[in-house]
Write a protein that binds this ligand. Sequence first.
Ligand SMILES: N[C@@H](CCC(=O)N[C@@H](CS)C(=O)NCC(=O)O)C(=O)O
Length: 220
Amino acid sequence: MPDYQLVCFAQSGNAYRAALMLNLIGADWAPVWIDFFGAGVQRTPEFRGDVNEMGEAPVLIDTRRNKKLSQSGVILTYLSDLTGKYKPEGEDERLEALRWIIFDNQKVNGFLGPFRFMKNFAKPAGDPAVMAFLKARAEGNLAIVNKRLERSPFLVGDKPTIADISMTGYLFYPAEEFGFDIATDYPAIGAWLTRMQALPGWDHPYKLMPGYPFGSKPSP
Ligand SMILES: N[C@@H](CCC(=O)N[C@@H](CS)C(=O)NCC(=O)O)C(=O)O
């Protein structure tokens, strides 16, 4: 039994945050794939009763401490507290990291994720007005992150923290899935993504989590 199990699927940028953290800290972990798009496991009473009442991936199971955690921000905080890795230092940094994690969850990947979902996976595809709204919100907020990263190499200063890991959410997925290239359109984000990619243990979401290509059915 690995030290950690992560309930996830390849297309989930929300789950990628946790998968990337586990890999970056060199944890002994294994993904547990859920059939999110097909069977819609996350909507079943069993999932909501036994795995996550919020009906979401990711869920982290710490098999040694017998803990089950959801919300990627909570998972990142838990793992950084436990290992000291990618941990913001002191109160100011801790609050600053939390500020970016909330901004990311709500405003950056919080708009980018649904936009990509509607564009690639939803049936029927998203209404054009809804798509335009989500894209405009995501772009406006990516510009804010870009501006931040023009001033410092990582979101909370000189060193990567869980705020950076959170912010990568959907940003490494292929440009075709968005219809625009985030790394090119937002050069400071592009340079920061290259720095993130250079961290030992970095890997692509489609490598770290099962279920790619879309429609393939790995065993849960
Ligand atoms: N803020 C949450 C978002 C989690 C989330 O929305 N996950 C998606 C999968 S990418 C999900 O499970 N959605 C189910 C739903 O919205 O019903 C996190 O960061 O963990």
